[in-house]
Design a protein. Structure first.
Length: 213
């Protein structure tokens, strides 16, 4: 299995015969690190919810133009909006034999801001991406763990992962940390999770990570 992070919550999952792009949002687009024109054939594009840092309409249009056969997996609300774009891609709102969709409520936003529907996904039996949620109870061996945001904190993130006990954590949702802060928080998380036998990986954007599980 190979994972490549493209800023914030955008992850490219690759295994033998399977390629899944998860949450290609505005930060990934603006970074110019996601190689849209050079991506090999995608099987799925997963969009956990409609916030711009996870779903970017212009980026999805560009991906759909080059990946018309990739199945778009998302929640019911966002699926209805995507249908209005008249993209060539099939749209899926439930699970299949490869992608398991689970309900995962978006964490509450500050001061009663309106929220949106969020889903999480398991890819095969190896990888979990929960979108913007800690409201889930199962994970595969490798977990994409949201680290911070207007709705969450490092304390919440580490507390959740210790309860779920994946083997490996890939930090996501950390755009708000500048480089120096990210390095410090990554190092802290790695040290704190070591006694729990959880391997915290410190990824670099656009640099593939390979795992033998």
């Amino acid at each position: 299995m190979k994972l490549t992070k493209y800023v914030h919550s955008c992850i490219l999952y690759e295994s033998v015969g399977l390629r899944v792009l998860l949450d290609p949002g505005s930060f990934a687009r603006k970074s110019h690190l996601l190689p849209v024109k050079k991506l090999e054939s995608l099987d799925y594009i997963v969009l956990t919810h409609e916030h711009g840092d996870h779903y970017d309409e212009s980026l999805l249009r560009s991906l759909a133009e080059r990946q018309p056969h990739a199945v778009i997996v998302t929640n019911d609300d966002l699926a209805e909006k995507i249908k209005q774009l008249n993209l060539p891609n099939p749209i899926q709102v439930g699970s299949d034999e490869i992608v398991t969709v689970f309900e995962a409520a978006h964490e509450p936003l500050p001061l009663g801001m309106p929220n949106v529907r969020n889903i999480g996904v398991h890819i095969g039996d190896k990888f979990t991406h929960p979108g913007d949620s800690f409201a889930f109870s199962h994970t595969r061996e490798v977990l994409a763990l949201p680290m911070t945001g207007p709705w969450g904190s490092l304390k919440d993130a580490l507390g959740k992962v210790v309860k779920l006990k994946p083997k490996i954590v890939i930090p996501v949702h950390d755009w708000e940390w500048h480089k120096a802060a990210r390095e410090v928080r990554y190092a802290m998380s790695k040290k704190l999770l070591e006694p729990h036998n959880i391997d915290f990986i410190e990824p670099e954007n656009a640099t593939p990570l390979s795992f033998k599980l």
